[in-house]
Design a protein around this ligand. Structure first.
Ligand SMILES: C[S@@+](CC[C@H](N)C(=O)[O-])C[C@H]1O[C@@H](n2cnc3c(N)ncnc32)[C@H](O)[C@@H]1O
Length: 187
């Protein structure tokens, strides 16, 4: 989770560089990031897709969310989306990242990976994200640090980032934010 507000600012600023920006977030949680992100996306007439566990369905945020919501996190996200009338700019997918990518046919300009921070899933998310990225698109990978989710460095997402090496993509750490990895499609 991006505790440092500069992290969000960096991503929001990047969005504005892509007219009609198609954005994907892995790891919605309560929508703390993706909902303000949708407000920024609105400025460029873009769209946020955001994915987290909870069931294999897309929620309709124009409908009141009450008893049938599967979790408090979904309730918080959906209530806020509805209240802020953001449904044209954000879609919440309640399934795991692997299931999402299996069905996904869309391409994205900006992808924010902030789901499972373990080495294996982080690597899978990264690989899937590169396949779903448009030419010139950018991936932000969060929590590239020594210890995350109580996982040591050889078992966490930092290792997946360090090992990433794919033709057509550049990789670097953000200059100011020590735990943010950046991968860009240059094909
Ligand atoms: C660090 S939180 C995300 C925080 C959110 N991006 C934000 O900035 O507020 C990680 C979230 O990723 C979700 N998650 C973990 N593994 C996942 C997976 N394989 N697919 C989808 N979501 C996953 C968790 O349920 C959790 O809500």
């Amino acid at each position: 989770m991006p505790d440092d507000p500069r992290y969000e600012e960096v991503i929001f600023a990047k969005i504005l560089e892509y007219p009609g920006c198609e954005f994907l977030e892995i790891g919605t949680r309560t929508g703390r990031f993706s909902i303000p992100c949708a407000q920024h996306i609105k400025k460029v007439n873009g769209h946020v897709d955001t994915v987290d566990f909870g069931g294999d369905f897309v929620v309709d945020p124009t409908k009141t969310v009450t008893f049938n919501m599967k979790s408090e996190r979904q309730y918080i996200a959906q209530t806020r989306i509805r209240k802020e009338k953001l449904w044209d700019h954000i879609t919440t997918y309640y399934c795991g990242a692997n299931a999402f990518f299996k069905r996904n046919l869309r391409k994205y300009d900006v992808i924010f990976i902030d789901g499972d921070h373990c080495y294996e899933q982080g690597g899978r998310d990264l690989e899937n994200a590169t396949k779903a990225l448009r030419k010139g698109g950018i991936i932000f990978m969060h929590d590239i640090k020594e210890m995350t989710q109580n996982l040591p460095v050889n078992k966490n997402v930092k290792r997946a980032f360090l090992e990433f090496d794919k033709v057509g993509f550049t990789k670097r750490m953000h200059e100011d934010i020590f735990d943010m990895g950046i991968i860009q499609c240059v094909r």
